[in-house]
Design a protein around this ligand. Structure first.
Ligand SMILES: Nc1ncnc2c1ncn2[C@@H]1O[C@H](COP(=O)(O)OP(=O)(O)OP(=O)(O)O)[C@@H](O)[C@H]1O
Length: 263
């Protein structure tokens, strides 16, 4: 069960995922290093979310191996022990908060599930701490998700993802639907949390600004596998039509120019 590569937070080898006759991944390999923010990009339908769900153990693959924090994620021991679940926080697309619970109650859900013996006032205090860490005002805790703006709902989702003090954070298109200023602020939050807490972050995004602002490396999904996983400068030079369109099309050029101006 102990990994031969302790600097890797996630190690995927030979992954195959399919739905009926549709093969989404074939022989896919990916490494995520401890303490990095890895941006995961690719065209729509290339299987970014399916990959995240496989790593999280939500949908077993047809073939391949997945190690998370040195543990074989596909083994029954990993599933039974809840070890990976306790060490991972997830922000799904749209936030996936319970609409009938307040923000504080939402953040308390994983705490109550994993630590049922914790006294209620301690659960509440911990939930409020995570809410503040996510950059929300104190009074957001008592509100329902429907009473928050889209950006605040995403912060509430981050607060819940941090509830169990995870080592790994999974974010599925965290800035989708945010205005550029809100998106930049959210990028800043992810980066500062990653630094302060030493998190490893697996970040699915279509947002070029996010890639340039906070990602240490970028993995590109295409042709059913990870084409390249490397620092941006290297990925930009990768010879593949999708990569060239994405990074050197009008939006890619704009994101690069914005970065150059800030530097
Ligand atoms: N439960 C499912 N049943 C059948 N097909 C599915 C299922 N989940 C995903 N797929 C298919 O797998 C492929 C990859 O889906 P996925 O959601 O991972 O793409 P994605 O890269 O995250 O796309 P997007 O950028 O649009 O969110 C798609 O063709 C999708 O239709």
């Amino acid at each position: 069960m102990v990994s031969a590569e302790p600097d890797l937070a996630i190690r995927v080898r030979g992954l195959r995922n399919s739905f009926g006759s549709q093969v989404v991944h074939e022989n896919l390999d990916l490494d995520v290093r401890r303490g990095e923010i890895l941006g995961v990009v690719g065209g729509s339908g290339t299987g970014k979310s399916v990959l995240m769900r496989a790593i999280l153990g939500l949908r077993p693959p047809q073939a391949g191996s997945i190690e998370v924090l040195g543990v074989d994620a596909l083994s029954w021991q990993a599933r039974e022990s809840g070890l990976i679940e306790r060490n991972t926080g997830v922000l799904f697309q749209g936030g996936a908060l319970f609409s009938s619970l307040t923000v504080a109650e939402n953040v308390a859900v994983p705490l109550k599930e994993h630590y049922p013996q914790l006294p209620a006032d301690m659960v509440h205090d911990l939930a409020m701490l995570k809410i503040r860490m996510a950059g929300l005002p104190e009074d957001a805790g008592a509100k329902l998700p429907s009473q928050l703006s889209g950006g605040m709902r995403k912060r509430a989702g981050i607060a819940r993802a941090l509830a169990l003090d995870p080592a790994l954070l999974f974010l599925d298109e965290p800035t989708a639907g945010l205005d550029p200023i809100g998106a930049a602020a959210f990028d800043g939050l992810i980066k500062s949390l990653q630094r302060a807490l030493g998190l490893t972050v697996f970040l699915i995004t279509h947002d070029l600004d996010t890639l340039y602002a906070i990602c240490d490396r970028v993995a590109v999904l295409a042709d059913r596998r990870v084409l390249v996983a490397a620092p941006l400068a290297e990925v930009e030079r990768f010879d593949h039509p999708w990569v060239q369109d994405y990074f050197h099309g009008p939006r890619g050029r704009a994101a690069q120019a914005a970065r150059a101006q800030e530097a």
